[in-house]
Ligand binder design. Structure first.
Ligand code: BTN
Length: 246
């Protein structure tokens, strides 16, 4: 299990930037930066992440060394968030491939991961998690797209620190299994709402979005889609965006 140590901040630019700085100075695995709010919260692909007081904003340092399929980091973290939310609140989110945690079709949480490696070893991984815990939904939707929060769904305030520990416990268990080489495809089975749906996809390399049928997520965490004239494998790092079509 990971031994977590916490650096709790009030208002910060980005917990991810602080964790990056600490990691570069040798912070050990489990160092977790958590803030009440962020002024420059960062999402995937350089997007901003709206981070008012009320949300959970944390970034933690991992030093996995050699780990099978390091590219699974965002998907495994999304499952940890899903499990942590479920354990703390009873709500059951789903995952919109590759890393959006959703409730009733709206975004509840986002995950980001950065890795630094040598040839054999993953010397450092920085995982960032943002969960709309008690966040004002109108405020966050303006920047993050259609969003929901735990407070909104439950109609009551949820303790951010309870949620944080629940997510970290879930992550720790999954991380042990992952490092031990267990078959991780089992952990997201049944949780990815994208599968079996028609989706609209925009790749970083492609000019125009296209629609296709999402079939399966393989052991690398890539999405297999049916598309004319032949099937396609989409790696999360090649994705600009994916929308599930009604
Ligand atoms: C996404 O685009 O869906 C990922 C959002 C990740 C946001 C979190 S909040 C804590 C950490 N610090 C950041 O600046 N970003 C991540």
């Amino acid at each position: 299990m990971v031994t977590w140590t916490f650096i709790e901040l009030d208002d910060v630019g980005s917990t991810q930037a602080v964790a990056r700085e600490l990691a570069s100075m040798g912070a050990p695995e489990g160092t977790t930066v958590v803030a009440r709010s962020q002024t420059s919260g960062a999402g995937r692909l350089g997007r901003a992440w709206s981070s008012p007081v009320g949300g959970l904003y944390m970034s933690f340092v991992l030093r996995p060394g050699s780990i099978p399929r390091p590219e699974l980091s965002t998907l495994v973290t999304a499952v940890a968030v899903l499990r942590g939310v479920k354990k703390a609140t009873g709500l059951v989110p789903t995952i919109r491939w590759p890393n959006d945690v959703m409730l009733h079709g709206k975004k509840l949480a986002g995950v980001i991961a950065e890795a630094h490696s040598t040839r054999q070893d993953l010397t450092q991984m920085l995982v960032g998690v943002g969960v709309n815990c008690n966040s004002p939904v109108a405020h966050i939707s303006a920047l993050n797209g259609e969003a929901t929060s735990i407070g909104e769904e439950l109609g009551r305030h949820e303790e951010v620190s309870v949620l944080m520990h629940s997510v970290l416990d879930s992550f720790s268990q999954l991380y042990d299994d992952w490092k031990a080489g267990e078959d991780m495809t089992q952990v997201w089975r049944g949780h990815i709402s994208t599968l079996g749906k028609r989706v609209s996809v925009k790749l970083k390399t492609g000019e125009t979005p296209f629609s296709c049928l999402a079939k399966e997520v393989d052991a690398d965490g890539s999405l297999l889609v049916e598309r004319d004239p032949e099937p396609l494998v989409i790696r999360s790092e090649d994705l600009e965006w994916l929308r599930e079509l009604p």
